[in-house]
Design a protein around this ligand. Structure first.
Ligand code: PLP
Length: 378
């Protein structure tokens, strides 16, 4: 139960095991036609959604190098490891970064974005770049409000990492007018790592005409041109595309609202059960990500706790990153996750706490009752 790679359904695994086919064949073109249509459905957009062979970071980098130019001024939201990554990518390509930061575990303050954008009378800010669901801390940022302020600015592009929010909660790309949305296959998509996705608005395509940053493999214009014939500019990871097609069909069968509801109830069941076990949630409770719950273990080293869960129950959890190592552990609950998984991880956490004499068996039982209340809420 790490926040990616996430569990892969049997049907998707079987699709991966098929013999590869030629990527210029009619059969493959049909597949790309189907995945493209379903990717647009998932993103709730009419914009182009391109598939890149490469991990989520490839789509993040592509978003920057295709729409911006050396020396451009951008705002980067930073409240965790992946916000930091945006800053690193932007600086690597010579952009002038204005950071809007908040402490890890707390959300970015949309009003700070409003203020900076409002002050930019000369329209020098070319893009606002941020992470929607911050996987390192389990915080979800208020993208809806921030995107509203970006629209009010008028010219700045929104470039967003939706790697652990897309396919877990509502990301209506057209309604929020998001210009670049990056995501990766090993998360809500329920397929192995190796593909990334990038939704590109018309406004972002216009920006590509002026962009002077170097690019070749990640030049999105090549992907757009190929997509006109349901093709790819280079040899794609054909078997991952088989898997993608299967996974997207499963998602369509479940329905967007049901997917969001399932993630929400799992978040509520786990977070409330954890609190009843006297453990603290690391993230601000009003901004809990639907995909990851970060838990503080004040008296026990979080890495030790994680190892105990692994050794006793063979459940892998994620640790804290950077200064949070040993202070928190993170439970991933995105993608192919069901109620049983949630009950199992709560029981495993309770069992370790019982072994350590940190809780009573009454508390362990109560935590499951708390969780059941939320799991029933369909
Ligand atoms: C929020 C977020 N952004 C970006 C990434 C980077 O994706 P990748 O490791 O696929 O390059 C991750 C991966 O965990 C992530 O969780």
């Amino acid at each position: 139960m790490i926040p990616g790679p996430t569990p892969v359904p049997e049907k998707v695994l079987q699709a991966l095991g098929k013999h590869p086919i030629g990527h210029r064949s009619k059969e493959f073109q049909k597949l790309v036609e189907s995945t493209t249509k379903n990717l647009q459905w998932l993103h709730q957009t009419q914009n182009d959604v391109l598939t890149i062979t490469g991990s989520g970071t490839a789509a993040m980098e592509a978003g920057i190098i295709n729409t911006l130019s050396s020396g451009d001024k951008v705002i980067c939201g930073e409240n965790g490891k992946f916000g930091e990554r945006w800053v690193k990518v932007a600086q690597e390509f010579g952009l002038e970064v204005i950071k809007i930061s908040s402490e890890w575990g707390t959300p970015l303050n949309p009003e700070e974005f409003a203020k900076k954008l409002e002050e930019d009378k000369r329209k020098e800010i070319k893009a606002v770049i941020l992470t929607h669901s911050e996987t390192s801390t389990g915080v979800i940022n208020d993208l809806e409000r921030i995107s509203l302020y970006i629209r009010e600015h008028g010219t700045a592009l929104s470039i967003v990492d939706c790697v652990t929010s897309l396919g877990a909660c509502n990301v209506p790309v057209d309604e929020w007018k998001l210009d670049i949305v990056a995501s990766g296959s090993q998360k809500g998509y329920m397929i192995p790592p190796g593909l990334s996705f990038i939704a590109v608005s018309e406004k972002a395509w216009e920006a590509t005409e002026k962009s002077d940053l170097p690019k070749f493999y990640l030049n999105l214009k090549s992907y757009r041109k190929s997509l006109l014939s349901n093709s790819n500019p280079y040899t794609p990871a054909v078997n991952l595309v088989f898997a993608l097609d299967e996974a997207l069909k499963m998602m369509r069968d479940e329905g967007l609202q049901n997917i969001f509801q399932r993630h929400n109830k799992h978040k509520l069941a786990l977070s409330n059960a954890v609190k009843s076990l006297n453990l603290k949630l690391f993230a601000d409770e009003k901004y809990l990500s639907p995909s990851i719950t970060a838990i503080e273990t004040e008296e026990i080293d979080a890495e030790e706790f994680r190892n105990m869960i692994k050794n006793k129950f063979d459940i892998l959890l994620a640790g804290g990153q950077d200064h949070l190592k040993g202070k928190i552990f993170r439970v991933g609950h995105l993608g192919y996750i069901n109620d049983r998984d949630i009950i199992t991880i709560i029981s495993a956490i309770s069992n370790i706490l019982l072994d350590q004499n940190k809780i009573t068996s009454q508390q362990a039982g109560d935590a499951l009752l708390v969780a059941s209340k939320y799991l029933k809420a369909d």
